[in-house]
Design a protein around this ligand. Sequence first.
Ligand code: ZN
Ligand code: MN
Length: 486
Amino acid sequence: MKPTIGLEIHVQLATASKLFCSCPASSFGAPPNQNICPICAGDPGVLPVANRQAVERLIRMGLALNCAIAERSVFARKSYFYPDLPKNYQISQYDLPLAKGGRLQYFSGGEKRTARIHRIHLEEDAGKLLHAIGAQELAFSLVDFNRTGVALAETVTEPDFNNAQEANDFLTTLRTTLRSLNVSNCDMEKGEFRVDVNVSVAPEGAALGTRVEIKNLNSFKAVRDALEYEIKRQKEALAGGEKIRQETRLWDVKNAATEALRSKEEASDYRYFAEPDLKPLIVSREWIERVRGGLAPLPVSRAESYEGRLGLGSKEAQTIAFHEDSGVAALFEETVGLCSVNGQAVEPKTAANWILNDLLGNLKDKNRSVADSGMTAERLAGFLKLVRAEGLSSRLAKDLFAKMLADPALEAGSAFKASGVTLLSSEDALLVFIREALQENPRAVEEFKSGKERAIQSLVGAVMKKTKGQAHPQKLQELLRRELTR
Ligand code: ZN
Ligand code: MN
């Protein structure tokens, strides 16, 4: 039995105003029904005007996902009757969407995969119903229209996923991609990235089974859990000779189960027709090409260049390129740029290690982003150059890095000075300790002389111990080798 999964993702576009009026798009934290006007509240006789910024965002998204952008697309009325939709229809796009036929590459289980994008269209969001205030259940429902009319991009994929993990990995890549494009903040807690899944199960090689839709999944965990539950439920039903009903189900987090909501609507239930209050949406070739010219590279191509051009391991490359905080990739690239000598990147691996181990570890503890850590490319590059130039031991370097994280105004140079560490680099002083160490460790000396290169490490350690870690590591290596080979 093979599961087949398709995804529909509603993403709130990052725009200043709503899709068809000038009300502010963001109402987070605002009192209910504050950001509304006759247009988004659906009063009779008003005329919507399409938001240029929303159209531009969707073009950018469509191009990044390799879609064809339609120079002429059409807004359509999608009728349904629900109290959060004051017009009793949603303005969406139907047979002529703005973007069609794309694909997005992503990594799953260490392998690069491609999911096909069926279409991406523009539509307006609905309002919110309140059935409770805090813990207090209401005997009635309240409606907040602040979100009504906010610009959404609805992405519909082809049924190209066969398990929950693939769907999950595609979705995290999509979110990183949209964030790096500044198309949407994709904040799932604010409902800016909402997922519907379609899932069916059928014997290997057979035609697709009857599909069930699970709507409004608001976290990646919910997507994975709901899919795993539903695949199991369908397999068991089919094994028991039951038929799967085409229906819409809800994911009940509390009971960790899907439950039937309604039989699935067909397109005809929505009575789509072209929106008479809006002209067809015409976007010029020049506009599309201008947007294409401003596109930043996608996470997949970033990961490939980190691995190929900069020599990172594939895991490191992917972790940086696909990090949900797009500031991570930006910091890495800028730092590598600043550390370049004659266009040649100097130790990108070192930069990656500091970012992955020390910076991200620290931020994770405090739930902060790179942007608010105060760690800029200039500071990090300054730090890396100092560590190199002074040949700092990893313990000293770590101390210094921690100080810079604690104080965003502190530059590597002054942090190093303030640390009071003066590395012991005078030849005379170092030789005293080195000669002592050689006398005390005759076996290591023998081993080194008989060709065991690694034996030098224990001698380095011995000198470091005598100097309380303050010997200049590069000088020490040089002098030690000189003494051993003379
Ligand atoms: Zn409005
Ligand atoms: Mn929709």
